[in-house]
Design a protein around this ligand. Structure first.
Ligand code: C2O
Ligand code: CU
Length: 522
């Protein structure tokens, strides 16, 4: 199979124009990188409203050569504007929420506290629970001193509700409000986070979980609990937490009860490695990945589950007659650590922690095959190859390690142009020594093959595929949700230093990325 990268040939004119403009600017002020002189953008001039956040610096755009002034990611003159791509105004069932972006100081267990930006005063923000088919209406209120948005990670929202600053909306300014409206089409575990300067804003607390219950229950569980793994950096040290605790999180469950434990990794670990987690005290199944159920999942026993940034695992298990079940993490991939941990049920915890089994969970051969809409045999209307790499270079006028798609950094990475109804294949080829959890907005994709070999177990449907160093994945999806959608690495550092591109239909947008608007998605 030959992969042809078509994006460069069909750049929209406005995009090429801005590329040239940026290039020209680079040539005229070459060498004058204002790397160490980054005055705050006008947008961020207001001081933090509470002294307790003094140690968190408001995110801001670098001002070096190469920072775009006003980059329009749409197709100018296209018949459809993303502003028209909206959810219906009413539905049989409507769920309303208000999320207020506000500063807070969080206690991370007994010893450490950290300043944070939060939704409603906590990180994670409130876990939103809705039913499949609900119309979800979320009011975002911004009480921070800089712009924010909310992106509904993994949810196939209409494009105007995607929350990407400079693409689907302007960042919501201090004191302003914004309303998101979408139908919760697919059941499962999702999460939300700011997509304005998400490297800083999500890392420093602007995230939460979203659970969509199926219209008709599929898997029985007596206890349903969600855990966000997040790493905080406090005074030269990192602290991993489960929800709000760096210690032990206690979850009530009785012997014999069935427990569904949903886990999301909302952080990029300093090492860039996926976080390893496992369950101790009972056997378990991985019933869903990224919110999508697996077919006929097998029992697992202390199997380490690698979970990279933005990925979700739903685990199902039955409480043993005696003793507790523990969710554990490893910091070195060799040993499990005592904290943070979630302890489900009561009774004796295991006295010694086992070494980490070197055979990690592998979804490529998990569960059983069954009929699926998209398979390796499907006819694909378009195929794109994307090489993942990294190299020293410049991104937004900053010199340093850049993370590349086909050797380019955003915004030079080009675009993938789709037509509604196409079946599209993407081939991710990781030529770097790093893990890259690649995320596509607005669509769910089917994983076809790993290193060229088709999956042998259950069909797997994801929104984030972690491509290990020097490995490849083929995925495919239906172009069934018109708009302009980001495709990027979800390691926040990688995305901030270049690893983003746009997947787009013939759609225009009134919004722009760059210094003029102050919008910058990553
Ligand atoms: Cu979780 Cu582009 O986002
Ligand atoms: Cu990456």
């Amino acid at each position: 199979m030959q992969y042809v990268y078509k994006a460069k040939k069909i750049l929209p004119h406005s995009f090429s124009f801005w590329l040239l403009a940026v290039l020209a600017l680079l040539l005229t002020i070459e060498g004058c990188y204002e790397l160490f002189l980054m005055p705050p953008a006008a947008d961020d001039a207001a001081p933090p409203s509470q002294s307790q956040v003094a140690t968190l610096q408001a995110p801001r755009m670098p001002l070096g050569a190469g920072v775009p002034t006003s980059l329009n990611m749409g197709m100018p003159g296209a018949p459809t504007s993303i502003t028209s791509l909206q959810a219906p105004r009413t539905a049989a069932s409507v769920k309303h929420f208000t999320l207020t972006a506000q500063p807070a100081r969080l206690a991370l267990g007994a010893h450490a506290t950290t300043p944070a930006w939060t939704f409603n005063g906590t990180a994670p923000g409130p876990t939103l629970r809705v039913r499949q088919g609900d119309l979800v209406i979320v009011n975002l209120v911004n009480h921070l001193s800089f712009g924010v948005t909310i992106h509904w990670h993994g949810v196939s929202v209409p494009n105007s509700a995607d929350g990407v600053a400079g693409v689907t909306q302007d960042a919501v300014k201090p004191g302003q409000t914004y309303t998101y409206r979408f139908i919760a089409k697919d059941a499962g575990m999702y999460w939300y986070h700011s997509h304005q300067f998400s490297y800083e804003e999500t890392t420093d607390g602007l995230y939460g979980m979203l659970v969509v219950d199926p219209a008709k229950p599929t898997i029985h569980a007596d206890v349903d609990y969600s855990v966000a793994l997040h790493e905080w950096s406090t005074d030269n040290q990192t602290t991993l937490v489960m929800n709000t605790s760096a210690g032990t999180l206690n979850v009530a469950a009785h012997p014999g009860q069935w427990v569904r434990l949903r886990i999301v990794n909302t952080t990029s670990t300093a090492s860039g490695m996926p976080q390893l987690v496992t369950l101790l005290g009972t056997r378990f199944k991985v019933v869903s990945l990224d919110g999508h159920d697996l077919y006929s999942p097998d029992w697992l026993d202390e199997t380490p589950l690698p979970i990279a940034t933005a990925q979700r695992y739903d685990l199902l298990f039955q409480m043993p007659t005696h003793g507790a079940v523990s969710l554990l993490t490893s910091s070195d991939n060799q040993h499990y650590q005592t904290t943070p941990a979630a302890v489900i049920g009561q009774g004796v915890k295991p006295a010694t922690l086992p070494a980490v089994d070197q055979r990690w969970f592998d979804f490529n051969s998990y569960g059983r095959p069954t009929k699926d809409t998209i398979t390796v045999q499907s006819h694909f209307d378009a195929a794109y190859g994307i090489v993942l790499g990294n190299q020293m270079g410049s991104s937004l006028g900053r010199m340093g390690m850049t993370y590349t798609l086909n050797g380019k950094v955003f915004p030079d990475t080009g675009m993938i142009m789709l037509k509604e109804g196409q079946l599209v294949k993407l081939h991710f080829d990781n030529k770097s020594d790093l893990y890259h959890p690649m995320h596509l907005h607005g669509h769910v994709f089917t994983v076809l093959a790993h290193n060229g070999r088709p999956l042998t177990g259950s069909p797997v449907h994801l929104d984030t595929i972690t491509v290990p160093p020097h490995e490849s994945y083929d995925v495919a999806f239906y172009a069934n949700n018109p708009g302009i959608w980001m495709l990027h690495c979800h390691n926040f550092l990688h995305a901030n230093w270049g690893m983003d591109m746009m997947v787009m239909y013939d759609v225009s947008t009134p919004y722009t990325v760059g210094t003029a608007s102050g919008n910058f998605p990553d």
